[in-house]
Design a binder for this molecule. Sequence first.
Ligand code: MTE
Length: 300
Amino acid sequence: MAYRWTNDLTAADVTPKSVFFNRRQFFKGAAGLGAIGFAASQAAAQEALVPNSLEDITTYNNFYEFGTGKDDPAKNAGEMITSPWRVKVDGLVDNPGEYSVEELLAGLGVEERIYRFRCVEAWAMVVPWNGVELSDILNKAGVQANGKYVAFETVVQPETMVGVRQGVLDFPYVEGLRMDEAMHPLTMLATGIYGEPLANQSGAPIRLVVPWKYGFKSIKSIVRITVTEEQPEATWNRINPREYGFYSNVNPEVDHPRWSQGSERLIGGGLFAKRQDTLKFNGYDEVANLYDGMDLRKEF
Ligand code: MTE
């Protein structure tokens, strides 16, 4: 399973970028020979999960609390207050409360996972996250039997957030997952990238990472996690449900009404980098069974 994270794989083990791109060149040449060559080039691209540089990851961002431009978060997020930080855990849980990040993570091993990350805007990166499985946190909280969804909320700091002052969206930014998605072992709460604490623009001090869904589901700088019985509201879904579904699984078969989702641009690939095919569930096929019996064109 090519895109699956492995616990023993670290950034240092991954093929250096130059080797990777040369290898792709080689396979691209081979692709002219026919379908087998093409399949080989896809396989090569999948196996060599080369993380983007920390610079790529921390200078090309979406974090509307700091403005709508890709470089606004890096420019504007420096003043965000990330310590002290409390996360309210409430709703249908046995152990509600306000916890520091340290308390949330206590007793859990932070691990590195190299995940593909795909924005709904059709750009992609590969990010070496550090964090824990969300399920571990939810299990500590004690999800009650009628807990069907998990809702998340981002901090609102008008004094440090220019996008909040300008009202570019209806803040706080909110998101949600169905309980089986939240409990899936791929779903992480991340606290770092490349072994460093998250940069503010990346969602410090703690953010969600759901690698098979469009990036807007991966809500940043979380201050509240609520277990609910009803499907929670989600910011982009609320703004335009026709364009941004609640599930928002990466899916090349369901185009955004205004652009194709069939291919994606890998950030850091250079000016002449070819677009690559979008993979269903962003390549994380192991989540497909969560959606058995659903029509993903209707419930997208
Ligand atoms: N979380 C908050 N609070 N505000 C945002 O604007 N943008 C989302 C998501 N989480 C966003 C957010 C979108 S659209 C994407 S693609 C990812 O964050 C981007 O994450 P990155 O900047 O770390 O790549």
